[in-house]
Ligand binder design. Structure first.
Ligand code: NAD
Ligand code: WQD
Length: 335
């Protein structure tokens, strides 16, 4: 298939573009590079040995999108968006405009071009305060921050579109906590500034960029008192997108599907596994809880198995080993 990847220079977009090329698809990508480097795209070309057309375009640039869609695509994988929860609280309008208006623009350009196959990067954040684990797709949705609001809004837009025009086929993939990197160590996550997420912070500590990991809370009702999350290897996640593309035509309109490993690890378990991968203890200190954090959340990944024939296969040791190879070989990321 001929696939367009939005946010192709980003963490998940670059890993997915690589797997698409390896599977024999023709891929073009765009990104406005607000949170990424074009070097990621160059490295995807190098790893795949295949051409990957890339343009610097913004989701909000409708003429730019229309020009791109003249090429004719069979499907779009839509990763482009802003994703920092804290920043979304400080700048809700920026998030609404970029993520909601940007996606609206993309959907309109797709409709105008007659391209109606879409895979959208949704998030477990749409489950809001989780009532029971594991979380399946029927769990009520709620936004607990402006970032979450944007994911709900785009999911709703996709649902409405497929109700008004039944030719649309959309997978709303709700990712849990993506970590890890390609096993080559050539592409990986390169957060700008101080990382908010656990794994990049742990690995930047291991490489000497941060003095120690701050563990946000040890008084949660979890086995060791620290927060529990469903970490998923980014290559498993990328392969989940391939599976979604292949099964898209069998979906009913727009369908939400969890992409998680289906088990939870605590913060201390992650630090221990990362220390093992690195070969020495990673320093940490216990700090007060971070506002807005849940005690525990992990996915019920059954629907992904049933609908997409996909399940995650890489364990926490692989997530830490691969993330560490990327961090060690690229201590300053793509800089
Ligand atoms: P990322 O920041 O590495 O990638 C997103 C890319 O989109 C970046 O390269 C950025 O430059 C680009 N972008 C942002 N706004 C744009 C715009 N207006 N026009 C063009 N490009 C734009 O993030 P990621 O981790 O790869 O996330 C990809 C998607 O998955 C996002 O939509 C994110 O919300 C979603 N998601 C991520 C996680 C996670 O923890 N990483 C979890 C669930 C969902
Ligand atoms: C994981 C655990 C922290 C950093 C976020 C978004 C969510 C989704 C995935 C996009 C928690 C603890 C963290 C640190 C710590 N993204 N922690 N010290 O909060 O589960 O989810 O990313 O859609 O929407 O909210 O991920 O990696 O920040 O935290 O102790 O320095 O690690 O308290 O228990 P989170 P995270």
């Amino acid at each position: 298939m001929k696939i367009l990847v939005t946010g192709a220079a980003g963490y998940i977009g670059s890993h997915t573009a690589l797997e698409l090329l390896r599977a024999g698809h023709e891929v073009a990508g765009f990104d406005n590079l607000c949170n990424s480097s074009e070097k990621a795209v160059e490295r995807v070309r190098e790893l795949s040995g295949k051409p990957l057309r890339f343009e610097k375009i913004d989701l909000l640039d409708r003429p730019g999108l229309d020009r791109l869609f003249k090429e004719g695509f069979d499907a779009v994988l839509h990763f482009a968006g802003l994703k920092a929860v804290g920043e979304s609280v400080e700048k809700p309008e920026l998030y609404r405009r970029n993520n909601i208006e940007g996606s609206k623009n993309l959907l309109a350009a797709m409709a105008a071009a007659g391209c109606r196959r879409l895979v959208f990067s949704s998030s477990c954040t749409v489950y809001g305060e989780v009532k029971k684990n594991p979380v399946d797709e029927s769990h009520p949705r709620a936004a607990v921050n402006p970032y979450g609001e944007t994911k709900l809004a785009v999911e709703d837009m996709c649902l409405a579109l497929s109700q008004t025009d039944p030719r649309w086929r959309t997978a709303l993939l709700r990712y849990f906590n993506p970590v890890g990197a390609h096993e080559s160590g050539r592409i990986g996550e390169d957060p700008k500034g101080v990382p908010n997420n656990l794994m990049p912070f742990v690995m930047q500590t291991a490489v000497g960029r941060r003095p120690k990991v701050r563990v946000w809370g040890k008084d949660y009702p979890t086995p060791d008192g620290t927060g529990v999350r469903d970490y998923i290897h980014v290559v498993d996640l990328a392969l989940g997108h391939l599976a979604a593309l292949e099964r898209l035509d069998a979906l009913k309109g727009a369908e939400a599907i969890n992409l998680g490993a289906g088990r939870g690890y605590s913060v201390l378990e992650v630090i221990a596994a990362a220390s093992k991968a690195v070969g020495r203890p990673i320093p940490y200190e216990i700090c007060p809880r971070r506002a807005g954090d849940a005690a525990a959340i992990w996915a019920d990944p059954t629907l992904a198995k049933v609908k997409l024939g996909w399940s995650a296969s890489r364990d926490l040791a692989a997530m830490c080993g691969d993330h560490w190879r990327w961090q060690k070989d690229n201590p300053q990321g793509f800089a």
